[in-house]
Design a protein. Structure first.
Length: 188
């Protein structure tokens, strides 16, 4: 990442690769899946004791292969030392957003994580995926607070909803963001 030194802004932000993943993995806070807190790679991996990573990765690739680019995904096992599933062996996925696999033009962390949720829901329709308690003084489900509304959760939970439907739902917001940030880009 150039000549700048990384200074941890949080114990759960140990490196720039985590920052690359964060736009997607932050949504894990609204789920029952561990985001790897208490490991050496928090917010770069996710899983739970009852996840089957090989099946999950295959389902993610079958669902939306174009959302898996710009990084390397591999099955992994980890044991969080605190937070969700603390002290339990979790199986899951490690998102490698570091060289040589990282490509900022094709890495889409929000979509990648959405695909993981949807793939898990397809593999196990009754999986207790969403945390169901008020989040940070808000009465809505945590996933709805974190993702900015109910749209993502409804898409994941709707068996008929396609990746194209999520793309269409996100397109207007993304176009507005691109237009708003354009004047501030130093390098294009």
């Amino acid at each position: 990442m150039g000549e700048l030194a990384w200074v941890n802004p949080s114990p759960n932000a140990p490196n720039p690769w985590m920052a690359r993943c964060y736009a997607g993995t932050v949504m894990l806070e609204g789920t029952t899946l561990s985001e790897g807190r208490g490991t050496t790679r928090p917010l770069e991996l996710f899983g739970a004791p009852d996840v089957e990573p090989r099946r999950l990765l295959a389902a993610m690739h079958a669902l939306a292969p174009e959302w898996m680019g710009g990084c390397r995904l591999r099955e992994c096992w980890f044991e969080p030392t605190f937070h969700k599933h603390a002290g339990k062996l979790c199986a899951g996925v490690h998102v490698h957003a570091e060289p040589p696999w990282y490509d900022p033009r094709t890495f889409r962390p929000w979509r990648l994580q959405a695909a993981a949720f949807k793939a898990l829901r397809r593999l196990r329709p009754d999986y207790a995926l969403w945390r169901e308690f008020p989040y940070e003084y808000d009465e809505r489900l945590p996933i709805d607070v974190i993702s900015g509304g109910e749209e993502l959760r409804r898409w994941v939970d709707d068996p008929a909803a396609s990746p194209a439907a999520l793309e269409a739902a996100a397109a207007a917001d993304e176009a507005a963001w691109e237009a708003e940030r354009a004047p501030f880009l130093l390098y294009r």
